[in-house]
Design a protein around this ligand. Sequence first.
Ligand code: UDP
Length: 365
Amino acid sequence: MHKTDSNIIAPRQRASTFCRLYGNFFFKNFRSPKYLSLRPLRITVRHPGMTKKRILITGAAGFLGSHLSDRFLAEGYQVIGMDNLLTGSLDNIEHLFKEKDFEYYHHDVTKFIHIPGKLDYILHFASPASPIDYLQMPIQTLKVGAHGTHNCLGLAKEKGARILVASTSEVYGDPLVHPQTEEYWGNVNPVGPRGVYDEAKRFLEAITMAYHNYHGVETRIIRIFNTYGPRMRVNDGRVLPAFFSQAIRGEGLTVFGDGSQTRSFCYVDDLVEGIYRLLLSDYHLPVNIGNPSEITVMQFAHEVLELVQNPKAYIDYRPLPVDDPKQRRPDITKAQTLLGWNPKFDRATGLKLTYEYFKTVVRVG
Ligand code: UDP
């Protein structure tokens, strides 16, 4: 399952040994004028896949990382998926282990990262990402945003790779500017329960800019707004998995507060397209990617109830968590103008596709 270093190094060694042996042979035996007058002799040593771009995806066994692994394999890249399975699951990438261009490294990116061979790109997506996860794992959340990002940037510098780091709409905190443009600096409570995630991601952006400005590393920063789709963890505590699993089981949909807080939900395939375009763009400042269609949490609960049609399900009001942002909607002008990107999936379509997935993974009874 886990490929060893020798698997990866062997083809490169074979190629260089070939050049050393046969290059010398041709040089010694064919340098007379007779041969030099002929068309120049070209020796092309081609190892299958050698010209393919090689990309490291951290957090590859997570919701977004697994979809990114699928996409980059489909685009003809060699993908190295890295994860420590703190919140990710091998179920998400099980189907990739048969792919010859996929390698999996079980590794915690807060520790030094070693990747043998060349590396063209890095996508740094490792992190707990749901409020419940980062409340339960505050130190790991801070470490992966800080040490993990530092290690990924160091690796990018060493390899001459371009790196795209996953930031978040949480850098805007409970925003006082609406919708949120990339120029807005945010309203974050550093010592509140969400501070561990928000500040980790703000540090991620700061150190990424430092590596760009000081070391000249090619960097890209995406600010991801609420995203949903197949492979979200059923019990990760986020609103969509919570509502779908509760509706399917015929339980109360736990609406926090009065449900008047807003979010804007983006289907995962749209997000992946935005990431792909941003990585290949030449823009190094942060770019919002999200779907600007904004609804209240209460409206969202009713959309899920409508779709699932379980007469036993109902609305169950719960207290609003501390520092829960009251509103959130991306201004996506930058993504539209710089990347030619627009979301293609409306919520009705995206929710139907996601419901099909949750029907297969939610246990009833
Ligand atoms: N929420 C809710 N019920 C739940 C989970 C979340 O009402 O069971 C609300 C939460 O208070 C927030 C919104 O849904 O206002 C989105 O929460 P989520 O955890 O998905 O992500 P956030 O956008 O807060 O990071």
